[in-house]
Ligand binder design. Structure first.
Ligand SMILES: [Zn+2]
Ligand SMILES: [Zn+2]
Length: 1227
């Protein structure tokens, strides 16, 4: 129990350190409360047409064809004659959402915003659309809704196509752009006859926004050099030309329309975006129309030395580069609306063709608008900082601000417009610097407390290792320990001082955590100071020089790993050094074959970090080769070991089946890719194979024997099958090579241990994972174990960087998930990519688990050393985090820290996971042999025969497989849901959904207790708590059922009665009602439970608190009737509701095909059907079985399994994620 507590504390500490960087670095820069500013002069344009060609690179648009013509002749003519052009520089992350926010709202979204909401805006922000009189948008459902939702009032109208259209493999993606152009055309057509629409179009300050996703989609699917991508540019160009003529004709050629053509981000040569490569950050900007300068011919060379002007043959035309956010103030000043209040853009006044007065006034407005943000930020900071700690930003004190403003006004009055403009520009620069200054004000302070906590934690772990796992001379303590009450008092004082300090500063809650966390950590360190004195006293007896040598080696090794984050090739050097290890340590004499294998394996593996990660061409033949290699090595192993460890018949069948499976999976990618190349889409059979392989990959190994190499082989085969499906090229070979090296490592470690004279060698192949480790055999830690742990960390890093690098995390190649799906679904694709990254980790982790078993170490001691090593790395990266340099450097430095921190957390979880994966066995049809580890049968219980116990073991394993899955996936779906769901709506449905979330939450909290019980087979938490946990599964089931019924009935009523509007409650009433219901349930049920449920159990095991969840026998005959009624009721209600819902959908589907219903209605009802199906799938089987069970109480174990299946309804929230339109629907 102490160990579990230690790991939980460690997990918590690391999670806090991890989250801390979100508060230190990733806080939202936005401030609120400024007033919008606009110039009073008449703007040059009445309306603006904004065209965003998603994912269009600057060079793709501007490079000429070999024959000297352009693939975008219309835009080229604009650049050469009527417009102004330049390159717009975007920032990282180069994703659609941040790009559009920068374009339209004028600020760069911080990374936290991307993390918080993939599609919805996490904060309210002002945009050009919001400031406009009307905005009409056409385009993708991913982008438009966020601006429509962010806008106050109802003046942003969006027209989107259904999300399914974005399938980027089988059909022609340029259709997305044709759709937009056609819609706009018919919009203007209808405006001619619709007088109110015409009237609003004729007003000023209007915006038309066309979002063209085709180019991006084609780029992802075929890469930017493809004919599809380039043809799409031509299509967009034609569309733009046509659009301009339609617009001009509609407005009678009044010359009051301004046009802006740009893109949100570029794209790499291999079809991805997100990072900071020039191909991603350089986007074209072409502006023309009312108020825009004509093309200006220049003769002298322009101040750009990137060589693009020559490449594009545009040296003779003036180029004006901007930052992406500058486009927002440009658009605002063209149509005379206020600049969005959070904009950090600087008006590129050279684009304007207007009086100097207008330019100067616009610039002045821009400066005042940015200065307002600065002032607001300063006020906020001043309010929350102690006056003696507050040092204002020196470049822009209050007097300097006033000086700037007065001087600017004066210069404008004196008609010195040039000077006024440059003065305003410097004011903007200072304000922006000041914004950053105040934004990062607390960084140093927080950083210090995090480092303090870090160092404290690491020293504590070192002390724990020394105390419990190393052999120190324990002198009877001569030095008196620091009296602990003094220590406690000291800590109390420090706590009070820190809390007071933070209270006065009115710091956010999280600051308390970061600042107070070091106190208990250092308290524990100081309490262990005795171990330190022990160490000092036993120092003379230790081999000091050897220790020192090890210390230097490990420090060097850690630095090597840190360096490998910057240069993957360092890993190659590391592996080359490692390959010599058997020769340097003299093991080669004892194990020639293994040493040679180690040498060759390391060298082979060393090749992988040298290969490029991104931008390589897919080579499906290599994937097939990798499959064959995996088969060959496994066959070799099985053949060579057939004498020593003969296989059971069942095992042999399983291995043959698994190897056949790998063979199939080696073939599927090449089949899929050839089918995609012929544009025949993804074959359904391949898709089914892929998904079943993925789903079964972790279950199949559990079926195999738990003998050491048999289990490892089974894990390898099943993971290799999945890995092959996710591979596109040489990286597929990585897994077999890595696994081979790991296999050799296990063998060689045992030799190393023998060489050190540890007795009790056990034949490797006879070791069993599930056998309990003999406590007496566990040895103390030696210096050599530091090397083992270091090897492990090294291999984990190799597993991570062997086939990837930092860039490949944020810019993945969608080609690698084509075996699974081809529609763009970021969550699922991201999940699959993560799984691909994790598979090598699992292999290494399983090896580490094996080595712990082989070298007779307790599983924790080695892991503690690993913890220290990775904490040292994390600390190093914490210092390397920087907030200067290019945006890319900052991003990379932060992501290094994130990776190492999450690695530590992740390794902790993974170690538990692999422990289960290696030691548990699922038995589906055979009886397991009785062995001594089976739970002691409780004495005196009426039916605890041995067969019942066997059954108990079997079902326990099943339950052990089910509940972790429910816990993990339930938690994920809940957290996703709480992020997405906005509690602003108070319709019955959304309240029911909120209640449902609460029910899931309460239940999920109790699941860890269940898992803990099934793992340890011992309920040490008391009978009452057992009843609570046991009841919670029922409460959860019935409450969810009630909410499902409420949701379904409301939606059905709405459909059948065509209800105009769902009843809407005052939110406080809704909360009250829900609260009362839950109070009732959570108070009433425990009362009932206390008085009847499980009262007169005859089970001693329960009474003395070792067993739990055996209440079946207590059902009395009265309760039995009640149970019958409830079960029947649930079955009938569920079936009827599902049938009704299916009927609704059938009706809607028919209407839908005739175009009578909107997509949204249809989607909402489809969602209801999903709910109904969840209800049917989860609840009906259990209740049908329950009818049978009530007469056959001895089937209790099966009942538990059925009961556990009902908990899968925690995943109901995932039905929300399937479609993107749900947030627009009437939920
Ligand atoms: Zn995009
Ligand atoms: Zn994209």
């Amino acid at each position: 129990m102490r160990v579990i507590a230690f790991f939980l504390v460690g997990l918590a500490v690391h999670v806090i350190f991890f989250i801390s960087i979100f508060d230190i670095y990733f806080t939202s820069p936005l401030v609120h409360g400024m007033t919008p500013r606009a110039t009073t002069l008449t703007p040059p344009a009445s309306r603006l047409v904004l065209l965003v060609a998603d994912g269009l690179r600057a060079d793709s648009l501007l490079t000429l064809l070999p024959d000297g013509s352009s693939r975008a002749p219309y835009l080229r003519s604009v650049i050469e004659e009527s417009g102004t052009w330049g390159v717009s520089h975007t920032r990282v992350p180069t994703e659609s959402r941040p790009g559009h926010v920068a374009l339209i709202a004028g600020f760069y979204e911080d990374v936290s915003a991307v993390a918080k909401g993939w599609k919805e805006n996490p904060v309210e922000f002002d945009s050009v659309f919001n400031e406009s009189r009307h905005t009409w948008c056409w385009g993708s459902p991913d982008i438009l809704p966020m601006f429509a939702k962010g806008a106050s009032g109802d003046h942003v109208y969006t027209y989107t196509y259904p999300a399914e259209e974005e399938d980027f493999a089988s059909t022609d993606a340029s259709r997305l752009d044709s759709w937009v152009f056609t819609q706009v055309k018919s919009f203007f057509q209808s405006a001619k006859s619709n007088s109110s629409l015409r009237a609003s179009l004729l007003e000023d300050k209007n915006v038309l926004f066309l979002h063209l996703l085709g180019i991006d989609t084609n780029g992802h699917a075929h890469r930017p050099m493809s004919q599809e991508y380039l043809d799409n540019i031509g299509l967009v160009d034609t569309g733009v030309a046509e659009l301009v003529s339609i617009v001009e004709e509609f407005f009678g050629y009044d010359g009051r329309t301004a046009y802006v053509f740009t893109s949100d981000h570029g794209m790499t040569n291999w079809g991805s975006h997100g990072a900071g490569h020039p191909s991603e950050t350089l986007t074209p900007l072409v502006v023309w129309g009312a108020g825009v300068h004509n093309a200006l011919r220049v003769t002298e060379p322009q101040p750009y030395d990137d060589g693009y002007l020559q490449d594009w043959k545009l040296e003779h035309l003036r180029r004006v580069d901007v930052s992406q956010a500058d486009i927002a103030p440009l658009m605002a000043s063209l149509i005379g609306v206020p600049i969005p209040v959070n904009s950090v853009g600087v008006l590129p006044h050279t684009y304007l063709n207007n009086s100097d007065l207008f330019k100067a006034e616009s610039m002045y407005t821009n400066a005042i608008q940015v200065l307002e943000q600065f002032k607001m930020k300063m006020t906020q900071k001043k309010e929350t900082t102690l006056s003696f700690r507050f040092s204002p930003y020196q470049q822009l004190t209050e007097s300097k601000q006033a000086g700037f403003i007065n001087k600017a006004r004066m210069l404008i009055q004196l008609e010195k417009y040039e000077d006024a403009i440059s003065l305003c520009q410097s004011l903007i620069t200072h304000s922006l610097e000041g914004l950053v200054y105040y934004h990062t004000y607390d960084r140093f302070f927080l950083g210090c407390s995090v480092v303090l906590g870090f160092v404290g934690w690491t020293s504590y772990v070192v002390l724990v290792i020394l105390k419990t796992h190393a052999r120190l001379n324990r002198h009877p303590s001569i030095l008196r320990q620091m009296p602990s009450y003094t220590l406690e008092r000291l800590c109390m004082c420090v706590t009070v001082v820190i809390t007071g300090f933070l209270l006065i500063q009115r710091s956010p809650v999280t600051y308390y955590i970061y600042c107070l966390l070091p106190v208990p950590i250092w308290y524990s360190v100081l309490k262990e100071s005795r171990t330190l004195t022990d160490l000092i006293q036993s120092a003379p007896s230790l081999p000091l020089w050897k220790c020192f040598g090890y210390f230097v080696l490990v420090a060097f090794g850690v630095e090597l790993l840190v360096a490998s984050f910057f240069y993957r090739a360092v890993l190659t050097v590391g592996l080359a050094v490692l390959s010599l290890w058997p020769f340097l340590s003299g093991l080669v004499g004892k194990a020639k074959f293994h040493s040679l294998s180690w040498f060759l394996g390391s060298l082979f593996l060393a090749l992988f970090p040298l290969m490029p990660v991104v931008g390589r061409e897919p080579n499906i033949h290599l994937v097939t080769c990798a499959g064959l290699l995996a088969l060959f090595t496994s066959a070799c192993y099985l053949w060579s070991s057939r004498r020593r460890t003969p296989l059971h018949l069942g095992d042999r069948q399983q291995f043959v089946a698994q190897m056949l499976h790998v063979a199939v999976c080696a073939y599927v990618p090449s089949l899929t890719h050839s089918s995609l190349q012929q544009k025949q889409g993804l074959p359904l059979l391949n898709q089914i194979i892929s998904w079943t392989t993925l789903g079964s990959s972790l279950l199949v190994p559990l079926l195999s024997s738990t003998r050491l190499f048999h289990r490892l082989l089974s894990i390898f085969l099943s993971l290799a099958a999945t890995y092959l499906l996710l591979s596109t090229g040489s990286e597929a070979l990585f897994l077999p090579v890595l696994s081979w090296l790991m296999f050799v490592w296990i063998n060689i470690e045992q030799e190393a241990m023998l060489a050190q004279g540890v007795s009790g060698r056990q034949e490797l192949s006879t070791i069993d994972f599930s056998a309990n480790i003999d406590i007496a055999k566990i040895r103390h830690l030696k210096l050599d174990d530091i090397r083992r742990s270091y090897f492990f960390v090294f291999f984990i890093i190799t597993a991570f960087f062997g086939t990837g690098n930092i860039a490949s995390i944020n810019s993945f190649d969608p080609a690698s998930v084509y075996c699974f799906l081809t529609v763009f679904k970021p969550f699922i694709m991201g999940g699959l990519m993560m799984w691909k990254v994790i598979i090598p980790f699992i292999i290494v982790m399983c090896t580490f688990e094996t080595i712990q078993v082989v070298t007779q170490l307790s599983s924790r001691s080695l892991f503690l050393i690993v913890l220290v090593i990775s904490d040292l790395m994390a600390l190093h990266f914490f210092f390397l985090v920087q907030d200067y340099g290019s945006w890319l450097d900052i991003g990379t430095s932060i992501s290094h820290y994130v990776i190492v921190m999450s690695m530590t957390i992740f390794l902790m979880l993974l170690s538990v996971f692999t422990h289960i994966l290696t030691s548990q066995r699922l038995v589906l049809w055979r009886r397991p042999k009785m062995n001594s580890t089976v739970v002691q049968s409780p004495m005196g219980s009426t039916d605890s025969s041995s067969s019942n116990n066997e059954a108990a073991v079997e079902y326990r394993t099943v339950l052990l497989a089910i509940f972790p899955v429910v816990l993990v996936s339930g938690t994920i779906s809940l957290s996703l849901m709480t992020h997405i769901l906005k509690s602003s709506s108070t319709s019955i449905t959304s309240i029911a959904v909120l209640n449902l979330i609460f029910a899931h939450f309460v239940f999920l909290v109790t699941v860890p207790f269940r898992i803990y019980y099934y793992v340890t087979q011992h309920w040490g938490l008391g009978f009452t708590w057992c009843k609570v946990v046991s009841a919670m599964i029922h409460i959860h089931m019935y409450m969810s059922f009630i909410f499902y019924v409420v949701i379904l009935i409301t939606r059905l009523m709405a459909f059948y009665h065509k209800a105009e509007q769902q009843a809407s409650f005052r939110s406080i009433h809704a909360l009250l009602v829900s609260g009362v219901v839950w109070m009732g349930v959570l108070v009433l049920v425990p009362c009932i439970m206390y008085f009847s449920y499980g009262r007169d159990t005859g089970d001693n095991g329960e009474k003395n608190g070792t067993l739990c969840f055996h209440f079946g026998r207590n059902i009395k005959s009265g309760a039995k009737v009640f149970n019958y009624i409830v079960s029947m009721l649930i079955i009938v209600v569920a079936a009827v509701l599902t049938a009704l819902q299916a009927n609704v959908l059938r009706v809607l589907y028919r209407e839908h095909r005739q175009g009578c219903t909107s997509q949204q209605d249809f989607d909402a009802q489809l969602k209801s059907l999903c709910f109904a199906l969840v209800m049917v799938v989860c609840f009906i089987p259990y209740h049908v079985f329950r009818l049978h069970y009530l007469e056959n109480i001895h089937l209790q174990h099966i009942n538990e399994v059925f009961l556990s299946l009902t908990t899968f309804n925690c995943l109901d929230m995932l039905t929300f994620l399937g479609r993107r339109t749900f947030l627009c629907a009437s939920w």
